[in-house]
Ligand binder design. Structure first.
Ligand SMILES: [Zn+2]
Length: 253
């Protein structure tokens, strides 16, 4: 099997699979109302209150799955169906975002590290994919060699960022599940629907990391061989997206 199939094509498929899975899990569970009829907004407030957090503003935002916690402005943003809705998907996602607020308050180290990397990632993301692509295209030339090195460095930043994101996301989900049950917001037998939604969302972060890592290894191999005999296919989750972002796909032949 060609090396690029393992390092790029399989992660690409895995990414699409994760994207489809999170969309379908959300669509299904957003239609299942919780028995307590508590809204996502109320659930987020209750979870934060139980951790002694009162200074975080909960706001409603447009879009689908645009939910996020903004540590800079201490703002918890929930998309309309999750802000107003009482579905098990809404409660899961709202509690997950509240989990990020608790991480922030507790000074959770991985979250601090992730935040500190954001400016570097905003710079590295376009560099990693565009410059690297041209670097590979012109591989063997002096310019190609320089571009490839810059691209590898940028991609390394991205890969580390996505790796650091994993414990932050898994920890927020773990906190959400625990708090929803212990605060009596969700019944234990309703939890599978909450878990299905949150676990599917977590998968997209894993896919983003795996794709970056695969591509990074591929670039390192290309840099050593000074040639390539495979098409370049790159996909990447929108790097600054807090929820479930779009995948960019680049193809260089
Ligand atoms: Zn999250």
């Amino acid at each position: 099997m060609s090396i690029w199939i393992i390092l790029v094509f399989i992660p690409l498929l895995y990414g699409f699979y994760a994207q489809i899975k999170v969309s379908s899990a959300y669509r299904r569970n957003v239609q299942i109302p919780s028995r307590g009829y508590i809204t996502g907004r109320e659930a987020a407030a209750a979870v934060m209150e139980s951790a002694g957090i009162y200074g975080v503003q909960i706001v409603e935002v447009k879009g689908q799955l645009t939910d996020h916690y903004d540590p800079v402005h201490k703002r918890l943003a929930l998309s309309s169906p999750n802000y107003r809705g009482t579905s098990l998907a809404a409660l899961g996602i709202s509690a997950h975002e509240a989990g990020h607020a608790i991480q922030h308050r507790e000074g959770y180290a991985m979250m601090g590290l992730r935040q500190a990397m954001v400016p570097a990632v905003q710079f590295a993301a376009p560099v990693a994919y565009f410059i690297t692509g041209f670097g590979l295209y012109t591989i063997g030339s002096i310019l190609g060699g320089i571009l490839l090195k810059v691209g590898i460095l940028a991609l390394l930043v991205m890969t580390i960022f996505q790796f650091v994101t994993l414990p932050v996301e898994f920890d927020a989900t773990r906190r959400a599940k625990k708090q929803l049950v212990s605060l009596g917001i969700v019944d234990r037998n309703e939890m599978p629907h909450v878990s299905e939604t949150l676990d599917a969302a977590a998968l997209t972060y894993v896919a983003a990391f795996v794709s970056s890592l695969g591509y990074l290894i591929l670039l390192l191999l290309a840099g050593n061989n000074r040639r390539r005999d495979w098409p370049i296919v790159v996909f990447q989750k929108k790097p600054d997206s807090k929820g479930v972002g779009l995948f960019y796909v680049f193809l260089y032949m």
